[in-house]
Design a binder for this molecule. Structure first.
Ligand code: BMA
Length: 310
């Protein structure tokens, strides 16, 4: 089976700093969801300080977006979030639960990087709810359904002993999380041997929860960020049914190979469509936003029929 399962959109990059009506240096690592008849993109931008903010763009076809006049989420200057966001807000993910859209993002400060939760019902007003991890955690994605009465999330705490692995934890209310377990670690001498982390919020399929994650390989010329897929059990998401042995996307286009951070494709969002395809969104070289499409059945078969055995 051929492994280039993602069809890149012919007009990538789909969003750059030139599309943003306020001064930013990059547009990358965006969440995308469907809201009513529109696609909403929440994207990260670096300012000239090197710190990040989150902007919002809207569009009708999932590929062409128009950016709102003002940023959507910026660091707080007062209140309980301020001490943890002074260096910026990064890498949003969005999960719809009922009528509410929950946004998880990285809050950066001199205290480390941790995850904050915000919510919106209209993508105009946004409420910061709670800081839901301590430092250092990144890449929290929330499942859109409960399991045995509890919400679940994948995330990526870092420790020296079990570096950059994917964990799962549970919550009755999205604020308080526990029962954490490590469920997937980098595998030596694979394309993702240095780091792995959750990417897009998991997509429900009839064969399991499809997780598009990022993996990092260190080379003599620096790190390469690629995307891979894993399938989690439908009723017990801590159980992994298969992990594709090969990556599904690697930096190849010029704007993925060279930029603010070179050789990076990094996802924070994907939209499953009713026709069995999925639109996958990724930041290219931490500089621009790109999109592509894949058949969900191809991604599942990579996990189940072409999975890694170690
Ligand atoms: C990770 C995060 C991402 C970024 C990636 C590549 O550690 O900072 O936001 O896209 O590195 O620079």
């Amino acid at each position: 089976m051929k492994t280039d399962v993602i069809r890149r959109y012919s007009q990538n990059p789909i969003l750059t700093k030139n599309d943003v009506p306020y001064p930013v240096e990059t547009v990358h690592n965006a969440a995308v969801v469907k809201y009513r008849e529109k696609y909403i993109m929440l994207f990260r931008s670096h300012l000239r300080t090197g710190r990040s903010i989150i902007g919002l763009a809207r569009g009708y076809d999932g590929f062409r977006f128009t950016v709102d006049p003002e940023p959507f989420l910026v660091p707080e200057r007062t209140g309980p979030f301020a001490a943890y966001e002074e260096f910026g807000v990064e890498d949003p993910r969005v999960t719809q639960i009922g009528e509410e859209y929950f946004i998880t993002y990285s809050a950066y400060s001199r205290n480390g990087v941790r995850i904050a939760l915000a919510k919106t019902t209209d993508f105009i007003h946004v409420e910061k709810v709670s800081l839901i991890t301590e430092a250092d955690h990144r890449n929290v994605v929330i499942f859109p359904e409960k399991f045995h009465g509890l919400y679940a999330r994948l995330d990526r705490p870092h420790s020296e002993i079990a570096p950059w692995s994917i964990w799962i934890s549970y919550s009755p209310d999205l604020r308080f999380w526990g029962e954490a377990q490590l469920i997937m670690r980098p595998v030596q001498y694979h394309w993702d041997e240095m780091k792995i982390g959750p990417g897009a919020p998991p997509i429900k399929t009839d064969q399991g929860w499809l997780s598009i994650y990022h993996g990092v390989f260190q080379t003599m010329a620096g790190s390469v960020y690629r995307l891979g897929v894993a399938l989690h059990d439908l009723t017990n998401p801590a159980k992994i049914l298969g992990v594709s042995d090969s990556w599904i996307l690697q930096p190849e286009d010029a704007w993925e190979v060279t930029g603010y951070v070179s050789n990076v494709v990094f996802t924070c969002g994907a939209v499953a469509e009713p026709d069995g395809t999925v639109k996958i969104y990724w930041g290219g070289a931490d500089t621009v936003m790109c999109a592509g499409e894949a058949n969900i059945s191809d991604l599942i078969s990579l996990c189940l029929e072409h999975g890694r055995t170690d």
